[in-house]
Design a binder for this molecule. Sequence first.
Ligand SMILES: [Fe+2]
Ligand SMILES: [Fe+2]
Length: 208
Amino acid sequence: MANSTFITRPTSGDVVELILADHRLFEDLLRECRRIDRDRAAARQALAEILVAHAEAEEKHVYPTLRRKDAIGSHEEEHGEEEHAEITEALLEFLEAKGTDTQKYDDALEKLSAVVAHHSVEEELTILNPALTEVSGTVRAELGAAFAAGRNRLLDQGCASITQVRALLATAVDDGAIAPAAAREEADRIKAEAKERAHEVEDAAKEN
Ligand SMILES: [Fe+2]
Ligand SMILES: [Fe+2]
């Protein structure tokens, strides 16, 4: 699988269909990253480029118009941006894994798979469904062209080197879309402890 040829560059279409096609592409590329018989390094970089280009194009061209048209509220838009920041964080960890055959690679891939899947579900339910019912096909086609142009421009430029993803995360922290690193690390520690305790409770219950 060649890095740049795997990602197609449609230039028009219903924005909902274009976004859904990318969500399917995320799943395909995540699976390529998991497979041992694939060029994992190429799949990882292709995944990074499309994740970043897609989210940036949504934030710049799709969310603001859907808000103006009252299809979604500020809560949906801000929550979408927060989840994009979580994806950026998990993606950075994945890109920072040295090599593609290490435990760190597997762990970072598992985490990224989870945050991407979570965001796709929420976006499809709370943003794309309102786009289908609250705005016209004409508007969705206009949005599709704008989304595709923004996305393709970023793909052509290259938008997901480690340096670029690091800068994106720093901007997300500055914008308040995600907490600073220290707070996130502390939250992760608390979550890991709680998870361990929850497992203990479940294991004890199974033994009864
Ligand atoms: Fe999306
Ligand atoms: Fe999104």
